[in-house]
Design a protein around this ligand. Structure first.
Ligand SMILES: *Cc1c(COP(=O)(O)O)cnc(C)c1O
Length: 392
């Protein structure tokens, strides 16, 4: 058997090695507390699950769905965009249902990239942007995200010839893993840049509904001109604690949505209809229904930030998202710190370099652990002493 070479390019999945070590610890009866994967511990709202129970019994929902999604679901998503961001979307050709945002992000690469084409990809970043690019045969031009630039790609730093060659630019705000946000003015610069070089902007908006301190993240599509150059991916996973149900939305430029529809209709057959009914139910909730949930994450954020600062790490409290991104002391690598935390405290954190070379020097902690485990984890962290750097 000969596997395709494209698989050789894929770095080992970030959590595989960590999972192996956790399993080894568990086999010894040791309790490991994981600040690793961002997967909401808070259940899906009960009325949303109830809608699944009801619609699961309807025979029409047992058959193939339409790839582009139930018209009612697309309309619910368009109405939600109107209420939440004040944007009018045509549910017929500017909205598409996705089997989670990840599916749309991966497939979008096939819409824009031929072998050898260039994608502008943030580093650090959610791995699907680069992996999708490679699967399509494309090449990544990395856009460094750095603290001094507020974790926003420096558009000026993209060489002229790269900008001219590039076909897509991936962005993600609120950002995973850095917790950064983008203001309207930055999005305006992105639209200007994309128009100048004829680049499709693909914005991953998975975290717009997880925000703190009264902050309301905006949609890239609110930017004047964005509908001409871009498409946005939204996910019900983080917004409504629905990671297990696999439901997302693509919204934006009609030609881009159509291209994604062509790819999808040839590779998958859409989202099970009963799941889309869950989405309709969730999307019609009052917008402030998620405030209580966000208050839980905010309280956890404050505890994590406080503890990390107490042990001497530099951290800015994020305004949005599910992660705290902490700078580690000089003289250590992200992997050494993550390793030391696992070995000495039985705590899992994600090493920043797992999201790209520019993530080196940071670790990421998720806020999706229940309060009790989190407190025990933070206690271990508070008692932790980083061993002296190697060679000192
Ligand atoms: C969690 C996450 C996704 C995936 O969302 P699904 O809808 O569950 O596929 C996409 N992008 C980012 C940045 C994420 O963190």
């Amino acid at each position: 058997m000969k596997l395709a070479r494209r698989l050789d390019r894929i770095p080992p999945y970030l959590f595989v090695e960590i999972s192996r070590k956790i399993a080894a610890k568990k086999a010894q009866g040791i309790e490991v507390i994981s600040f690793g994967i961002g997967d909401p511990d808070i259940p899906t709202p009960p009325h949303v699950v109830e809608r699944l129970r009801e619609t699961a019994l309807d025979a029409p929902n047992h058959r193939y769905p339409e790839t582009d999604g139930l018209p009612e679901f697309r309309q619910a998503a368009a109405d939600w965009y109107q209420r939440r961001f004040g944007i009018s979307l045509n549910a017929d050709n500017e909205v598409l249902s996705l089997i989670g945002a990840k599916e749309g992000i991966g497939h979008a690469a096939l819409c824009f990239l031929d072998p050898g084409d260039v994608a502008l990809v943030p580093d650090p970043g959610y791995p699907v942007y680069s992996v999708g690019t490679w699967f399509a045969g494309g090449e990544c031009h990395w856009m460094p995200l750095q603290e001094e630039n507020g974790w926003l790609p420096d558009l000026e730093a993209i060489p002229e010839e790269v900008a001219r060659a590039a076909k897509v630019m991936w962005l993600n705000y609120p950002n995973n893993p850095t917790g950064a946000i983008a203001e309207a003015d930055y999005f305006r610069q992105v639209v200007e840049f994309a128009s100048r070089y004829d680049i499709a902007v693909l914005h991953d908006a998975s975290y717009t509904e997880v925000a703190f301190d009264g902050y309301k993240p905006s949609s890239f599509l609110q930017t004047p001109g964005a509908m001409e150059v871009g498409m946005e991916f939204h996910s019900l996973s983080k917004s409504y604690n629905m990671t297990g149900w696999r439901l997302g939305v693509a919204a934006g430029n009609a030609d881009m949505i159509d291209a994604l529809m062509v790819v999808k209709s040839n590779l998958d057959s859409g989202v099970p209809q009963a799941i889309q009914y869950m989405g309709i139910e969730a999307l019609k909730d009052p917008l402030d229904a998620i405030d209580e949930r966000n208050a839980i994450y905010q309280r956890r954020r404050d505890r994590v930030v406080e503890t990390l600062r107490d042990i001497g790490l530099h951290v800015d409290p994020p305004k949005a998202g599910l992660y705290v991104w902490a700078r580690i002391p000089h003289g250590y690598t992200s992997a050494q710190v993550a390793e030391s935390l696992l070995e000495q405290c039985d705590i899992v954190v994600t090493p920043g370099n797992g999201y790209g070379a520019y993530g080196e020097g940071y670790i990421r902690l998720t806020l999706t652990i229940d309060d009790e485990d989190m407190e025990r984890g933070l206690q271990r962290l508070a008692d932790w002493k980083l061993p002296p750097p190697e060679g000192s």
